[in-house]
Design a protein around this ligand. Structure first.
Ligand code: FAD
Length: 288
């Protein structure tokens, strides 16, 4: 199913993100993750693109295909373009067609200072325009409630987001955030800019303080006092940090649902046990 169809009922869409196994990992880890997630009945599962994915049968495309065919769950394959030529993307389109992939999260990808980007696709919007002319795939895009880290301002970033949506992104998934008010301000600006496609809120449970501090360093999410106090108190007690982090994510999700969010996209970090705790806690508020 194409992702925009999921939003037509008006219910809050609930989805998960997973990543392919690392280079030295095993394909079994993907099956373990999917076994643990699929009976939570997410509306879709998206699969990241980049690190890992070099094991036979474990590329982003192959995992997105397994999710659809073996787990009977909708999937999205992430795809970056910063290091791709048009010929690379032509090949990818053919592979997607052969695998029955329907949905793509089209991304520019982060620019690695040691690898000069190729010139064919400067932005995610270029990738969407190019692929849209050559396939009938459905495209999602990334968005940044507190602005993309390279952007001069949130207003400029939303102007660029409009270009991405006009190019054909029919669904957006947000970067993680810990301050719901930042998300609400962002949505107001997005709608005022004439962007009408569904926007899912990206939620990452903070169950490991070091991991979250690294992520926040990369994406620049602001940290409300409630959140920093939680980390300061529990970071050295893994069990307490896990419980507090799950409770914080649940609290964020309930507030977002109360405020009519289009969807919740849970960054599972391939940890089905935590996804289960959260999904079970919010199951009755999310399906309304
Ligand atoms: P773009 O939309 O191209 O935006 C990048 C920057 O360029 C922004 O500052 C924007 O304002 C500006 N810009 C955009 N369009 C224009 C334009 N037409 N003219 C001028 N400026 C413009 N990375 C991975 O490597 N693999 C993944 O699987 C992955 N999954 C992700 C999933 C989500 C939900 C999110 C939020 C991010 C993900 N990323 C992933 C990270 C992403 O690749 C980086 O954030 C990257 O730096 C930007 O990608 P983008 O697609 O948002 O880029």
């Amino acid at each position: 199913m194409k992702i925009p169809e999921l939003f037509k009922s008006g219910k809050t869409v609930f989805s998960f993100e997973i990543f392919p196994p690392k280079k030295d990992g095993s394909i079994e880890t993907v099956y373990n993750t999917l076994d643990g997630l699929s009976d939570l009945h997410p509306d879709f599962i998206s699969v990241t693109y980049g690190a890992g994915g070099t094991l036979p049968g474990a590329s982003t495309r192959e995992i997105a295909c397994i999710i659809k065919e073996k787990y009977h769950t909708n999937s999205i394959a992430h795809l970056t373009c910063v290091n791709s030529s048009k010929a690379d993307i032509d090949r990818t389109i053919e592979e997607f067609k052969a695998s029955g992939i329907e949905n793509v999260l089209a991304l520019r990808g982060d620019i690695n200072p040691d690898i000069p980007p190729k010139k064919d696709f400067m932005h995610a919007s270029d990738l969407i325009s190019y692929m849209r002319e050559r396939s009938d795939l459905s495209f999602s895009g990334a968005c940044y409630p507190e602005g993309h880290i390279e952007s001069e301002s949130i207003d400029k970033d939303i102007e660029n987001l409009k270009i991405k949506v006009d190019a054909g992104a029919s669904h957006l998934i947000s970067q993680l955030f810990f301050d719901n008010s930042a998300f609400y301000r962002f949505i107001q600006k997005v709608r005022a800019a004439g962007i009408t496609v569904p926007v899912e809120a990206g939620i990452m449970p903070c169950v490991n303080a070091k991991q979250i501090q690294r992520m926040v360093g990369l994406c620049g999410a602001s940290l409300p006092q409630k959140f920093t106090k939680m980390i300061a108190r529990y970071e050295n007690n893994p069990e307490a940090m896990r419980s507090a982090g799950i409770a914080y994510a649940v609290d964020q999700i309930v507030d977002l649902c109360s405020n009519g969010v289009d969807g919740i996209h849970l960054y599972t970090m391939n940890n089905p046990a935590i996804a289960r705790k959260i999904a079970e806690s919010v199951s009755s508020v999310i399906r309304i």
